[in-house]
Design a protein around this ligand. Structure first.
Ligand SMILES: NC(=O)c1ccc[n+]([C@@H]2O[C@H](COP(=O)([O-])OP(=O)(O)OC[C@H]3O[C@@H](n4cnc5c(N)ncnc54)[C@H](OP(=O)(O)O)[C@@H]3O)[C@@H](O)[C@H]2O)c1
Length: 234
């Protein structure tokens, strides 16, 4: 059962990018707190594993968040099977291989933008009308420390995470807190993404399971008062 009384008996969280890393680690934590989980990613093997491990009322599907039609279908089916989400975690993202901007092709730059920035916008486009009509809910858009300060060799990623901050705060002004829109820096966690940019130094940071034990109660606690606030997982 959820510890936070503002939620119904079995609230629903929708997590994009749940096949690896932070997204995958959050699944078991939310289920332990009494939540139904709907999640997506592109890896068909991982989606099949998750479906076997967590059958209905949970729901896992292949969906590329950069593809608006796939997102529309995923949101509709997740809502039909699990209910309209109480909490949406726009967690899916990619990072460019370390390189200065001028060595990154236009196609690779576009792909980072399509997944990291257009992906969350796609989810919000399809879920916010129904959530606003209901008059409640929280959308957390995963930002980064690199959405608030920069580093060399990850310019496309930084650009999208600064974009997430602006996208979230502008949308928060539009919802006026009826549905809270929150840009969130998760911290620094040893995942595939961190290995890509930090190499072996990633091993000095907490793993995703330890992070999820801290992050999920924090995520469950978010509400209308947090609308538009750039937050960081404590
Ligand atoms: N780890 C950190 O230290 C850190 C720091 C700051 C911010 N963040 C942010 O936290 C979030 C999670 O990061 P992470 O470290 O867990 O990354 P990760 O280990 O690389 O996992 C990324 C997840 O996103 C999914 N994904 C990627 N492209 C997708 C697409 N087009 N459609 C659907 N799913 C897609 C991946 O699954 P598939 O490959 O199956 O699609 C995977 O499940 C990201 O938003 C990241 O920017 C992480």
């Amino acid at each position: 059962m959820p510890k936070n009384s503002k939620h119904s008996a079995h609230p629903t969280v929708l997590i994009t990018g749940c096949t690896r890393g932070l997204g995958r680690a959050m699944i078991a934590e939310f289920i332990q707190h009494g939540w139904n989980v709907a999640g997506c990613g592109r890896d068909a093997v991982a989606i099949a594993e998750l479906t076997a491990a967590h059958p209905a009322p949970h729901y896992f599907a292949i969906c590329d968040v950069a593809d608006d039609a796939q997102v529309a279908a995923f949101c509709a089916e997740a809502t039909r099977l699990c209910g309209l989400p109480d909490l949406v975690l726009n967690n899916a993202a990619i990072i460019n291989p370390n390189a200065p901007l001028w060595q990154i092709s236009a196609a690779d730059f576009s792909h980072v933008v399509d997944v990291n920035l257009k992906g969350p916008a796609n989810l919000m486009r399809h879920l916010l009308p129904l959530m606003l009509k209901r008059g409640s809910g929280v959308v957390v858009n995963f930002s980064s420390g690199w959405g608030r300060c920069t580093a060399p060799e990850v310019a496309p990623y930084c650009a999208t995470k600064y974009g997430i901050e602006g996208l979230s705060q502008a949308t928060a002004q539009e919802t006026a807190g009826k549905v809270a829109i929150i840009p969130l820096n998760p911290g620094i966690i040893d995942t595939d993404m961190l290995r890509s940019c930090f190499g072996d130094e990633a091993g000095g940071f907490p793993d995703a399971a330890a992070w999820a034990r801290r992050a999920v109660p924090f995520l469950i606690s978010l509400g209308p008062a947090d609308n538009g606030r750039p937050l960081t997982v404590p």
